[in-house]
Write a protein that binds this ligand. Sequence first.
Ligand SMILES: NC(=O)c1ccc[n+]([C@@H]2O[C@H](COP(=O)([O-])OP(=O)(O)OC[C@H]3O[C@@H](n4cnc5c(N)ncnc54)[C@H](OP(=O)(O)O)[C@@H]3O)[C@@H](O)[C@H]2O)c1
Length: 325
Amino acid sequence: MKAWQVTRHGDPAEVLELAELPRPTPGHGQLLVRVLAAAANFPDVLMCQGTYQVRPPLPFTPGVELCGEVVESNGDEFGAGDRVIGGVVLPNGGFAEYALMPEGSVMPAPAALDDAEAAPFHVTYQTGWFGLHQRAHLQPGETLLVHAAAGGVGSGAVQLGKAAGARVIGVVGGPEKAAVARELGADVVIDRRSEDFVAVVKEVTDGRGADVIYDSVGGDAFRRSTKCIAFEGRIIVVGFASGDIPQAALNHALVKNYSILGLHWGLYQRLNPDAVRTCHTELTRLADEGKIKPLISERLTLADVPDGLRRLGAGTTTGRLVFQP
Ligand SMILES: NC(=O)c1ccc[n+]([C@@H]2O[C@H](COP(=O)([O-])OP(=O)(O)OC[C@H]3O[C@@H](n4cnc5c(N)ncnc54)[C@H](OP(=O)(O)O)[C@@H]3O)[C@@H](O)[C@H]2O)c1
């Protein structure tokens, strides 16, 4: 089978090599799947660079989530022919013709979504749902601010915020991304390149600020979020796409009565798999009702993986890029 491999750390476009490898063999509790579509996620870029919290031994095939057809099952729940979504067993990731999946993280692919739409449904929307509901307890009528609102996890959070009855403010970098955020349903869109998001958030909330802030960018996005978070507001720390991991001023959190909530969705898979299943049922219902649908900005082929990851890392993509072997 064809598979992209990282044999040394560095930027994806420089270190990914296309290899001809034998199909991997599923171990206990694992599924061998034919990859129907694999989504590009920021952690794929970081894993190529060797800067992510998970550092698979070299060589490995990246691609942390996919939609696939089960070819061989060593689990109890899924069998050959099932269309599934979920995470992978590294080093046999999704940027290949075949991959391994751990049955524990696998869910049935929602019928409402095609293969490309289903591939990024798992990480993006589970992360959004756990962040907004389990961690921040977002309420109807509250104001939700989403950073990188036209990006992967951001676009999912905008849709989930609207589905929850919140007023959504999207912050984006550039006019094209602003148009995407508006199309996704954001009520207010702020271009961080030409506007001061703190001033606009205060203006549109009559000085109160945002009740919940979903921050996958870190750095200045986090630091300035503390200037426009509402009384009893919640800032969800989702990621650091800017590459800058900020320090929190706890005296500021104290005097303004706001909470800083860490979110590591992967830990729920390990420590509370029942909650992940319940979430999948809820997300599938929302997809069936047409309330959420992954924004697939580009449907690409396996050959496009290095360039796609390069552009994702540079922050120039919108929604999700999906690779279909
Ligand atoms: N906590 C969790 O459990 C969890 C789960 C999944 C993902 N994540 C994290 O969420 C983050 C976003 O992942 P994603 O795949 O959805 O990526 P993405 O949001 O599609 O891409 C990153 C976006 O961040 C913004 N950005 C701001 N400064 C940037 C810079 N210096 N370089 C690159 N981008 C910059 C850009 O949007 P604008 O130009 O519009 O600002 C860019 O499009 C990652 O850090 C990932 O690790 C966390």
